[in-house]
Design a protein around this ligand. Structure first.
Ligand SMILES: [Zn+2]
Length: 370
């Protein structure tokens, strides 16, 4: 692991210019800055060093490099991260900390963006050598009329979550006549989900996880969209092994790695509990929470509850020990410095995954906060 700078060095030399447009944002070789006094805060660190970049002439401070940048309640980030992977809803977390639930949602979104970048920096960008298991985790956004799949690719041996994305789905299955009428009304108002969504998103996910020229064993159920997605990825080789979803979900099942992930997501995320009122109102919010869950699953949580086997990241050989939440959170990561942040990943980072049933979807401006 190579963080930009360690937590303890936050007050020391700034590592690069934090402004995305500056020439010294990516490569600080030859970069110069001036110290420009201090400012004082009510909370630690109370005295913050200010700087000015001699090139872009913009100001920043040692706080600019902390994930708590511009937060009024910086001490909440770590407990909120833990609550979000312990099956608490936004309102429950808000009550525990005596803040509004919108504060929790904002912090959850910030943590989600951070985790997307953290995962992207740490994950292997070479072709995985273990079999990959792919599946869609079924949930819904806004109301039961808007189901969605969260597609996951998990390592068959390491249990490492390599990547995920979303696909909106049309409500199907048995409906009462009144429900079918309501679906029609909603679809006329908001449009119908793209019937190709699963094929398109699975293609995007596999393209991201398996680099061109790579060969992998890919295990899935018999979903018809998967072979279609694979056929479009001609510059990669997939040895596709399909297992019926009716086969018992035991450790011997070839899809065990992803079945276990599904179980863990439902067990630890309040928004995906069955029969809950804490369901996701927006797909974007569910994706930020899934990013937090993935980082926790890969770097913090042991592969086994009873026998200590180490984290999935240790199984993959990219970490030597389990990380503590605090170690995941600092330093702040900058989207402009993560080169693989493009396509769907960039859309997700900047909050541009829209929910049909909501007319104004608020997106994230990268100008100020992380
Ligand atoms: Zn600069």
């Amino acid at each position: 692991m190579q963080p930009d700078m360690s937590t303890s060095s936050l007050s020391r030399r700034p590592p690069f210019c934090p402004h995305a447009g500056c020439e010294f944002h990516l490569d600080p070789t030859g970069w110069k800055f001036h110290r420009k006094g201090f400012y004082h805060r009510d909370r630690p660190p109370r005295r913050v060093q200010r700087y000015r970049c001699t090139h872009c002439r913009r100001y920043f401070s040692s706080q600019t490099f902390s994930i708590t940048y511009w937060l009024r309640r910086p001490e909440l980030l770590e407990p909120i991260f833990k609550s979000l992977v312990s099956c608490s809803g936004f309102r429950q977390i808000a009550r525990n900390h005596e803040v509004s639930h919108t504060t929790i949602r904002r912090l959850s979104d910030r943590l989600g963006r951070h985790c997307l970048l953290f995962h992207e920096r740490q994950r292997p960008h070479v072709c995985p050598t273990e079999p990959l298991v792919l599946d869609g985790f079924r949930s819904f956004e806004h109301s039961q009329y808007w189901p969605m799949d969260l597609n996951l690719v998990v390592g068959g041996e390491s249990l490492f979550v390599y990547g995920f994305n979303d696909a909106e789905l049309r409500r199907s299955g048995t409906m009462r006549p009144a429900q079918a009428v309501k679906r029609g009304v909603l679809e006329r108002k908001f449009g119908r989900p793209d019937p190709q969504a699963t094929r398109k998103r699975v293609e995007e996910l596999l393209r991201r996880v398996v680099p061109p020229g790579g060969t992998v064993v890919l295990r899935t159920d018999e979903h018809q969209a998967y072979p279609r997605a694979i056929r479009r990825l001609r510059d990669r080789r997939f040895l596709h092994e399909q297992t019926s979803s009716k086969v018992a979900r035991t450790p011997g099942n070839p899809l065990f790695a992803v079945n276990l992930s599904d179980l863990l997501i439902r067990h630890s995320s309040a928004n995906h509990k069955r029969e809950t009122i804490a369901f996701s109102k927006r797909r974007q919010s569910a994706l930020y929470r899934l990013a937090i869950w993935s980082v926790w699953r890969n770097y913090v949580k042991d592969r086994s509850e009873n026998r200590r086997r180490g984290t999935p990241a240790m199984g993959l050989g990219i970490a030597k020990r389990a990380l503590r939440t605090r170690e995941l959170l600092e330093p702040r990561l900058f989207p402009g410095r993560v080169r693989s942040l493009r396509g769907w990943l960039a859309e997700c980072y900047f909050g541009r995954i829209t929910t049909r049933a909501i007319e104004t979807n608020v997106t994230h401006s990268k100008k100020y906060a992380a």
